[in-house]
Design a protein around this ligand. Structure first.
Ligand SMILES: NC(=O)c1ccc[n+]([C@@H]2O[C@H](COP(=O)([O-])OP(=O)(O)OC[C@H]3O[C@@H](n4cnc5c(N)ncnc54)[C@H](OP(=O)(O)O)[C@@H]3O)[C@@H](O)[C@H]2O)c1
Length: 305
């Protein structure tokens, strides 16, 4: 089984490689990627690391043995750095043009996978307040919802050719080695963590181990289209904050007002104040079993694995 993986050097990608055999990673910097993945003890799971550039050329893909599955996780970080016009362009092009380019290369090489699992994000839905959101909900408005819609549309040529495509609308991924917790744990350990704003907004999260289990499961299951990759129990920000405070043994009660967080994090902060009461309708209806369904056990495990 060959899996072609973009974003394999990232937080989710590295956890996924641990679970798979015969992975070919596509990276902007193959030499440093190979080294980092070796240092992470993942050499045995790797077949190859090939160079990514937007407009991946066919010789790269013809080197890969027949591809069974593609997992597409690449994308400029939305949490790091300020959202200047240049940064926003990178957030968009790395996902939309990147996915288009990968799709075109697969089609032109004739090395079509059985399944193409492409990251998307719950940011697609925008601020949905108290409403419980499943996959059939409409997209929201604004920068992130628009990027997510274009990102998902970029796989259309593969769908037209009959390839099974999954759009994984990922929630806040919890794991100690990356994503939101990597930023939040040091803050909470120093006692500076606290609810954001009034703390009433809903947060849809998923433990990184459940996310990679879901990706593995989707490689096999005949599921296609949008799949919310979130735990079945979203929580209000206040509950998330209390649970995180407990998990690091530091109480967290001082509220962080939006203007202060925005000053520290720039426009990305807005996405922490929107309400996302999103549930994994498709995964649950097809029998996917979560290892971490409640926030307390997820945070305890993520922080003290
Ligand atoms: N973590 C979360 O909470 C979360 C939530 C929702 C959605 N997602 C989505 O899930 C995917 C994986 O997330 P992650 O947390 O593992 O991301 P990550 O740690 O930031 O890794 C993303 C990978 O994408 C590649 N990359 C970075 N900037 C790029 C650019 N400008 N152009 C092309 N490739 C670039 C990098 O690989 P190379 O350096 O090897 O090229 C990097 O390892 C992303 O698409 C992300 O948007 C994540």
């Amino acid at each position: 089984m060959t899996t072609l993986l973009t974003g394999g050097t990232g937080f989710v990608g590295k956890s996924l490689i641990k679970r798979l055999q015969g992975v070919t990673v596509v990276s902007r910097n193959p030499e440093s990627a190979q080294q980092r993945l070796q240092e992470a003890g993942l050499a045995e799971n790797l077949d190859d690391v090939i160079k990514w550039s937007n407009g991946l050329n066919l010789t790269d893909l013809s080197r890969v043995s027949p591809i069974d599955s593609v997992v597409n996780l690449m994308g400029e970080s939305i949490a790091e750095g300020r959202w200047t016009a240049t940064k926003k362009a990178k957030i968009r092009t790395s996902r939309v043009d990147g996915t288009k380019s990968l799709v075109n290369s697969l089609i032109q090489s004739g090395n079509l996978p059985k399944v193409f699992i492409s990251a998307s994000a719950i940011g697609l839905y925008g601020d949905t307040g108290e409403t419980i959101i499943e996959e059939d909900a409409p997209a929201g408005r604004g920068f992130l919802p628009e990027v997510c819609q274009e990102w998902e549309s970029a796989t259309a040529p593969l769908e037209e050719l009959g390839v099974r495509v999954v759009h994984l609308r990922i929630g806040i991924v919890l794991g100690a080695n990356g994503g939101a917790l990597k930023k939040l744990i040091p803050l909470f350990r120093t006692g500076l963590g606290g609810p954001l704003g009034n703390g009433k907004q809903w947060m849809a999260w998923i433990h990184v181990l459940d996310l990679v289990s879901m990706i593995q499961w989707l490689i096999e299951q005949p599921v296609s289209g949008a799949v919310n990759a979130t735990a079945p129990n979203p929580v209000r920000n206040l509950e998330f904050t209390k649970s995180l405070g407990r998990a690091v043994s530091r109480p967290a009660f001082l509220p962080a007002p939006q203007f202060a967080v925005r000053l520290a994090l720039g426009e990305f902060a807005n996405s922490l104040f929107i309400s996302s009461r999103i549930v994994p309708g498709v995964a649950l209806s097809h029998g996917f079993q979560f290892q971490f369904a409640d926030i307390k056990s997820a945070l305890q495990n993520a922080i003290n694995p």
